[in-house]
Design a protein around this ligand. Structure first.
Ligand SMILES: CC(C)(COP(=O)(O)OP(=O)(O)OC[C@H]1O[C@@H](n2cnc3c(N)ncnc32)[C@H](O)[C@@H]1OP(=O)(O)O)[C@@H](O)C(=O)NCCC(=O)NCCS
Length: 169
């Protein structure tokens, strides 16, 4: 099966924050941002494998900076590593300064998608070949995150989590 780079799955969604999408502090509602991240990540995963994909897990989301009403928000997703049928997708969220155009990192997230056939059965996906230093760092740590996610979901026996054990032993 052909390999793919993270750049080949890169998906960028740019949109503005409207009044109906904010909380009591006039900042973007967290659930609205999660939906935008899920949408971008799902397109990215499907670009990587050219199959139907489903969200298997939201592994991590950090809401570091609030996103004020009227902000231009860019959500950028790339597949950081693929396993047999699952793919880890990294999502970086940027806010654009209206006057300078400078982009500030606001949030980030890590989702897991699984490629499935028409009946919902998992199917194999191409491997990822990371190119940049950041892509290589994310690729190298992805197996640890997969094992942690499976442990938390009760889908892995702690004794089998070799990558996590290696951190402590
Ligand atoms: C995701 C789904 C296809 C996995 O099915 P499954 O029967 O558990 O299949 P498997 O056990 O073979 O797992 C498939 C892959 O997903 C990975 N996976 C499953 N759950 C995971 C989790 N919580 N975290 C990380 N990876 C996970 C497995 O490790 C496996 O990866 P690999 O093949 O790359 O090694 C199935 O649970 C599903 O359809 N869930 C609903 C998805 C959905 O509707 N999402 C939208 C929510 S509204």
């Amino acid at each position: 099966m052909q390999t793919r780079t993270p750049e080949q799955s890169k998906t960028t969604l740019t949109d503005v924050v409207l009044p109906g999408e904010t909380n009591a502090l006039n900042s973007l509602f967290g659930g609205e941002l999660l939906a935008r991240m899920d949408r971008a990540a799902s397109i990215s995963a499907s670009r990587h494998c050219r199959q139907i994909v489903v969200t298997a897990s939201v592994n991590h989301v950090a809401f570091t900076r609030s996103v004020p009403l009227g902000s231009v928000v860019t959500v950028e997703a790339k597949v950081s590593r693929a396993f047999k049928t699952s793919m880890e997708v990294f999502i970086d969220v940027w806010i654009e300064d209206r006057t300078s155009g400078e982009k500030l990192k606001a949030n980030e997230g890590i989702y897991t998608f699984v490629a499935v056939d028409e009946t919902g059965r998992p199917v194999a996906v191409p491997e990822v070949v990371p190119e940049t230093t950041l892509e290589k760092r994310r690729f190298d740590a992805a197996l640890r995150r997969k094992q942690l996610s499976l442990l938390l979901a009760g889908k892995m026996n702690p004794d089998e989590a070799s990558e996590l054990k290696a951190l402590f032993l």
